[in-house]
Design a protein around this ligand. Structure first.
Ligand code: COA
Length: 173
């Protein structure tokens, strides 16, 4: 374990698309650390189908959502990455990874990832924040499904994402 203070952390994810739940975690990371990089994974989807939005689109949507004038998001950088998250952390000099925990169901999966990341790079700390209960049920796949079915998703995602979903799925967002 390193004795140096952590000043730069990464908030990683697929963000397909970014939700208010993700923004809550990003804001919490920014409260705790002076330098935050949101790392958007090129990602192969869990079901092998790949993300709905391209890497460029996902980076763009997060950047736009973070540029809403809120001071919670000041000085946050958004960067795409591919390959191992730990390699990306080394590349940009980040020594912590912040992720949100919504429910017990997240825990086992996150523990597995944290364990693997520790084995790959013990100098990079995994840090977990409890997401706001308000967004405990939000996930990108729920948002995509609602949008596909024509539902309004503006209570789950920032306006820029609701607009993009509407263009993509013709949803009434
Ligand atoms: N609010 C809302 N939704 C949240 C959330 C929050 N706070 N935290 C997680 N989620 C949801 C996401 O929306 C997503 O939902 P979906 O599957 O329904 O679409 C789901 O949780 C998983 O999130 P995702 O962004 O895909 O992150 P992940 O935990 O699966 O990790 C990476 C993604 C990129 C961090 C991980 O795959 C990674 O590190 N990849 C690089 C390769 C690597 O280094 N592998 C070895 C380490 S495991």
């Amino acid at each position: 374990m390193s004795n140096t203070n952590i000043t730069h952390v990464v908030v990683p994810g697929t963000f397909d698309p970014v939700t208010y739940g993700h923004l809550d975690v990003i804001a919490r990371a920014r409260r705790l650390f002076p330098q935050v990089t949101v790392a958007v994974a090129a990602s192969v989807g869990k079901n092998g189908t790949g993300p709905v939005f391209s890497l460029d689109e996902r980076v763009e949507m997060i950047s736009a959502a973070l540029a809403d004038g809120s001071s919670s998001f000041e000085g946050i950088e958004v960067r795409p990455f591919s390959g191992l998250l730990m390699n990306f952390c080394h590349e940009i000099g980040a020594s912590g990874v912040v992720k949100g925990l919504r429910a017990m169901t997240d825990f086992e999966y996150e523990l597995q990832q944290a364990d693997l990341n520790y084995r790959l790079s013990p100098g990079v700390e995994s840090i977990f924040v409890m997401g706001s209960p308000e967004f405990g049920y939000v996930s990108s796949s729920i948002v995509r499904e609602l949008a596909r079915l024509g539902s309004d998703v503006s209570f789950l995602v920032p306006p820029v994402v609701a607009k993009r979903l509407k263009e993509r799925f013709g949803a009434a967002c």
